[in-house]
Design a binder for this molecule. Structure first.
Ligand code: ZN
Length: 210
């Protein structure tokens, strides 16, 4: 039987903390993390991630606002209730190096509108090419929508059962917000920015009846 020794837990480096803090400042400046919403994480090694704590101002993240979490659990006290969604992504795909989650208006509104359909569809947008594996505006991109659930361990299992390798690097939680990920924090941020732009355009198009 093996157990995790203290020395097996990596130390959160200043650069890893700063990567989460920088993303928090970026998201806060856009109004994407209102009222302490949102959570971000970074893979530290094949068994640990650095995750933001809950209830903190995500625009002002410091070293005391993050925690090293074993991907296999247990989850330390004081972390976001959504931490299981992060850990499940890292366990499912070794290529995932960073995960970002924010609550934007477009993601919240469209996820409610398209929950029954199970996905928001994008077609014809040049911005689709911001997403890993999409090379043309002519492709149809499906961003999955999952029903929100306060039992995030059960929700994580439902999400991972539906996501496939090579799919869009993100999903929506109905009435809640958007998740995106990538190999690095800059990849995750690019995917989130691309998805948010596509969601904002789609919301505007529905407003004008297109
Ligand atoms: Zn959330």
């Amino acid at each position: 039987m093996t157990s995790l020794r203290v020395t097996d837990t990596p130390i959160a480096t200043a650069s890893a903390v700063e990567a989460l803090a920088a993303f928090g400042r970026f998201a806060a400046a856009r109004g994407w993390v209102p009222a302490t919403a949102g959570n971000f994480s970074l893979r530290l090694d094949d068994a640990h991630a650095l995750v933001t704590r809950s209830g903190i101002d995500k625009g002002n993240v410091g070293a005391d606002d993050v925690a090293v979490v074993p991907l296999a659990g247990p989850i330390p006290a004081g972390l976001s209730a959504e931490t299981p969604l992060h850990l499940a992504r890292y366990r499912a795909d070794a290529a995932v190096g960073a995960i970002v989650h924010v609550h934007t208006v477009a993601a919240t509104v469209l996820s409610r509108a398209d929950e029954a359909r199970g996905a928001v569809r994008f077609a014809g947008f040049e911005m689709q090419k911001a997403l890993r594996g999409v090379t043309t505006h002519a492709a149809t991109v499906e961003l999955p929508v999952f029903g929100n659930d306060q039992d995030t361990a059960a929700l994580a299992a439902r999400i991972e059962a539906r996501l496939s390798a090579g799919a869009v690097p993100g999903y929506l939680l109905a009435g809640h917000g958007v998740y995106a990920w990538g190999a690095t924090m800059s990849d995750a941020r690019r995917h989130l920015e691309g998805l948010e732009f596509l969601l904002a355009c789609t919301l505007e198009e529905r407003r004008i009846g297109r």
